[in-house]
Design a protein around this ligand. Structure first.
Ligand code: ADP
Length: 459
């Protein structure tokens, strides 16, 4: 059984066959239990009526009378005390009947051959055209004793009907097989289409078309498949963009380093130039190093590895430490820093959260204006801690705010471009806040400043 189509047809036809056999067995049992005794009783009545009529009309022609009875659909057998036999109607397929049975009927007993006809599993006695399968009654006519055996002539009764029934059965079976074939094709078709679509997808063609309008399980499957294809396409796009961004961000410091080392090779360069070139090379190396560190961190956050090493720690102390670290840069830019940092402990990964605060403080410094200000506060409300960073810096447009958490995104203004950065900082911040089940909100107005609020659960 290779295909689902063949499997389905074989299983359905098998089931049809089994139900047919079961139905036959059940109806056969029903015949033996219910219909057979009823048939026996009915035919005994008919036989007794015939015998009574013959008895009450001694002058009538018994042969002609019985011939008439056979014409309405009975098979009859008449035997007298001397053993003379007469058959009326269609001949029996089997004429054997024990002599003792005939004798018992001649002596006045009733023979219930239909009721006692041997039970056979696959042949309902109804159709057995045998002398044994009859009702025998004693018959007295014109002073003579007879034994009359009678059974309905099934062939006669069903002459036209059995052909019709045969055709109906044949037609029902053929039609159901044809329907199974068509229906199976209809059922299997979307699965074959899905298989083709999967192959297309595997070959990198995301433009697959499926019938997703069906409102059954297959329709849902097609819809989910299309969603998956769209998601994969987006991810592929992101992957390509990511690689091109990384290549660009690695390539540009490398070519700068190459350019400046070539310049350093010239013996004629002045001491000041040499110091400046070495400083540029150092800064490019720092940029490369920070880029690789950020990429490594992002990769481990992406892999959903168990990067978190949670413990209780004092967030305020941590932020104060970072302020000390950035103090020099803050004073150099002439910024005013104010803070409100009451002692608050939370459960989280101290090293990852330090990266978050570090990024937000350095962005507050980098994208600030001379003599601007930075305000940092921390506050506990219920089960959440709110850490807020407000700066009076360059600010961002609405469109820029929407994209700042994208990897490698840097607002494309001459002022921000002049500042060192990779465009990865805030995407790392967002990932860390997310794995801490926190929320980050940004409010910003161009040329006025920005506010970043991080809400973290205390536990
Ligand atoms: P990077 O600072 O390395 O460029 P980030 O992911 O930290 O990368 O920031 C992305 C962009 O968002 C920055 O390039 C900048 O344009 C904008 N940005 C971030 N923080 C601020 C801020 N405090 N004020 C104005 N712009 C900001």
């Amino acid at each position: 059984m290779r295909t689902l189509y063949v499997k389905f047809i074989v299983i359905t036809t098998g089931m049809m066959l089994i139900s047919f056999i079961l139905a036959f067995l059940i109806s056969n049992t029903y015949y033996h239990k219910k219909i057979k005794p009823y048939n026996d009783e009915k035919n005994t009545k008919v036989a007794l009526n015939i015998a009574t009529f013959a008895n009450e009309h001694p002058d009538s022609n018994l042969g002609a009378y019985l011939e008439n009875i056979s014409d309405v659909g009975y098979q009859l057998y008449l035997v007298d005390t001397l053993g003379y036999e007469h058959y009326f109607g269609e001949p029996f397929r089997n004429n054997s009947l024990p002599a003792s049975t005939k004798e018992r009927v001649l002596y006045g007993h009733i023979f219930h051959g239909i009721l006692h006809y041997p039970r056979e599993t696959f042949v309902t006695g109804f159709f057995a055209n045998e002398l044994r399968n009859t009702i025998g009654v004693p018959l007295e006519h014109n002073g003579k004793n007879y034994a009359l055996f009678i059974r309905p002539d099934i062939k006669f009764l069903f002459k036209e009907m059995h052909v019709l029934f045969g055709w109906i059965l044949l037609l029902a079976i053929s039609l159901s097989i044809v329907m199974v074939l068509i229906n199976t094709r209809y059922l299997i078709k979307p699965i074959s289409t899905l298989t083709k679509a999967t192959k297309c997808l595997a070959n990198g063609n995301y433009n697959v078309e499926l019938d997703s309008k069906r409102d059954d399980e297959l329709g849902q499957l097609s819809q989910s498949f299309l969603q998956m294809a769209r998601k994969l396409e987006q991810m592929e796009e992101m992957r390509k963009e990511f690689i091109s961004n990384i290549s660009h961000d690695i390539q540009s410091p490398l070519s700068n380093i190459k350019g400046y080392t070539n310049l350093l090779d010239h013996e004629s360069i002045s001491k000041e130039d040499r110091t400046q070139y070495v400083s540029i090379i150092n800064s490019e190396i720092r940029r490369l190093s920070s880029l690789t560190k950020q990429l490594l961190l992002l990769a481990s956050l992406d892999r959903n590895e168990d990067v978190m090493k949670k413990k209780w720690f004092n967030v305020s102390e941590q932020i104060k430490g970072l302020i000390r670290k950035h103090q020099w840069a803050i004073s150099e830019k002439g910024l005013t820093l104010s803070y409100s940092l009451p002692d608050i402990e939370i459960m989280g990964d101290p090293s990852l959260l330090e990266t978050v605060w570090d990024n937000l403080i350095s962005n507050g410094i980098k994208y600030n204006v001379p003599d601007g200000s930075i305000e940092i506060s921390i506050e506990q409300r219920g089960n959440s801690v709110f850490v807020t960073f407000v700066d009076t810096g360059l600010g961002m447009s609405k469109a820029e705010v929407e994209r700042i958490f994208e990897r490698f995104y840097r607002a494309d203004t001459s002022r921000t471009r002049s500042v060192e950065g990779t465009g990865l900082g805030l995407s790392i911040v967002a990932s860390i806040v997310k794995i801490h089940n926190g929320v980050i909100t940004v409010k910003s107005t161009e040329k006025e400043g920005s506010t970043f609020i991080i809400e973290l659960p205390v536990k």
